[in-house]
Design a protein around this ligand. Structure first.
Ligand code: HEC
Length: 245
């Protein structure tokens, strides 16, 4: 009896240790995918004026060129060279799928980006990110998903609407007054009938966002959407990552 009980006890500890190790690995993967997406958005943001210059043709932002700069920002932010992440690991595989998605999106949008005679082209970080997330989902084939969402009253594109779980995490965790800035929330939670590990990485409005999302509330911004009246440092969005087990 005692021996059996002991064995079960040991077994449970091992199972939970394995579980915790797996969750930890998934948290690393989730935040890494968020970091890569933000790095790509940062390049688009830095090049926005160039992209929207009506006099300039080729912007020098091919998939390859953009990925090069994105990897550099990721490397500086995380201290990890994405090329050094073992391609045989789940992390390496998904990170490469995401980098391939970045290249795909940029190459597919060269005609728009390089169009002469048009100023604002609508190719902004949020649109870039949504397209990358869609291309990534096709490549990750049901193994993982990345989506940008946010507080329900801040959503512009219906595709970005938070699901029930995301809505709850945003309200009860990320928007809580004592939630530490920049801290991600993660949990193992069944999603679409499948066991999954989910990570929610918060994003905050900085000055550059407020031209479109700021005040006066209701005024139409350059993209044609009414501004939300958002303020500096408020929670603007969330990168939501699902890793299916
Ligand atoms: C040039 C105007 C503009 C700027 C600047 C801008 N956004 Fe947006 N943002 C948009 C538009 C337009 C969309 C909808 C994109 C789409 O079609 O998916 C959007 C979408 C988003 C979304 C996705 C959810 C949704 O509503 O569809 C988030 C999150 C977001 N923006 C946050 C930010 C943050 C944070 C910044 C600053 C770092 C920022 N935005 C800067 C115009 C802008």
């Amino acid at each position: 009896m005692i021996a059996t009980g002991g064995l079960i006890f040991v077994g449970t500890i091992q199972a939970s240790v394995i579980c915790a190790a797996r969750d930890n690995e998934d948290l690393v993967i989730g935040t890494s995918l968020a970091d890569m997406l933000v790095a790509g958005e940062t390049v688009i943001s830095r090049k926005q004026e160039r992209i929207d210059d009506p006099k300039l043709g080729d912007k020098g932002l091919s998939g390859k060129a953009l990925l090069e700069q994105t990897r550099e920002i990721y490397r500086r932010a995380t201290g990890v060279d994405p090329a050094a992440v073992d391609p045989a690991s789940r992390h390496g595989r998904l990170l490469r799928a995401q980098m391939d998605a970045i290249v795909e999106v940029m190459d597919a949008n060269q005609a728009t980006i390089n169009a002469k005679g048009t100023g604002f082209k609508g190719f902004i970080p949020a649109v870039f990110a949504r397209l990358v997330d869609e291309a990534f989902a096709r490549r990750a084939m049901g193994e993982a998903e990345v989506k940008i969402t946010g507080p329900p009253d801040r959503i512009r594109n219906r595709k970005a609407r938070p699901d029930t779980w995301e809505t709850d995490v945003i309200k009860s965790k990320l928007l809580a007054p004592n939630w530490p800035r920049d801290q991600a929330y993660s949990a193992a939670v069944e999603t679409g009938g499948r066991p999954a590990f989910r990570v929610m990485v918060p994003q905050y409005y900085d000055e550059s966002c407020l031209a479109c999302h700021g005040s006066p509330k209701g005024e139409v911004d350059i993209t044609g959407y009414p501004k939300e009246g958002a303020k500096l440092n408020e929670l603007g969005g969330v990168i939501s990552i699902i890793l299916y087990q």
